[in-house]
Ligand binder design. Structure first.
Ligand SMILES: [Zn+2]
Length: 151
């Protein structure tokens, strides 16, 4: 075994991959767009939460984590909105800097042709998958029988 790995100097995941600067920039812009999108979702859902109707004395009026009273008319909608809000908080990128506005370089003809070839190949692969007979799940009895056969 490699002594660097044994000493903990090299961990799995430390390997580096090389990608083109174009793809790296595209990745940064995609993350930035994702951040903007989740911020819009957060803002809109927060507005929605303030509009829901509550019964008199409902603790959820002033407290986001408060539980709605059973008679509140928008109780279920509020719970769904809270799910959306928390997904936006958890899955939105937390630390993203806006990528600098760099110079734009049009893709080369070779790159463009390569991308089109990849799309065509993916489309052909999808057609091949669609042409296959539908996969059927084994009946529950078959699964039970198969589990019994496992030593
Ligand atoms: Zn309520």
């Amino acid at each position: 075994m490699d002594p660097k790995k044994m000493m903990g100097f090299q961990l799995p995941g430390d390997e580096k991959v090389s990608i083109t600067a174009r793809d790296w920039d595209a990745m940064k812009r995609a993350i930035w767009r994702s951040k903007i999108g989740w911020e819009i979702v957060t803002r809109e859902v927060t507005t929605l939460l303030s509009r829901f109707a509550h019964m008199e004395g409902c603790p959820a009026v002033s407290n986001e984590i408060g539980t709605c009273l059973p008679d509140c008319p928008d109780r279920e909608f509020r719970l769904s909105a809270l799910v959306i809000l928390n997904v936006a908080r958890q899955h939105g990128p937390t630390i993203v800097r806006k990528p600098a506005e760099g110079a734009y370089f049009a893709p080369s003809r070779e790159h463009y042709s390569e991308m089109l070839a990849q799309f065509a190949a993916a489309q052909a692969e999808l057609e091949a998958i669609k042409a296959q007979p539908a996969h059927t799940l084994p009946a529950p009895n078959d699964v039970t029988q198969a589990l019994k056969e496992v030593p």
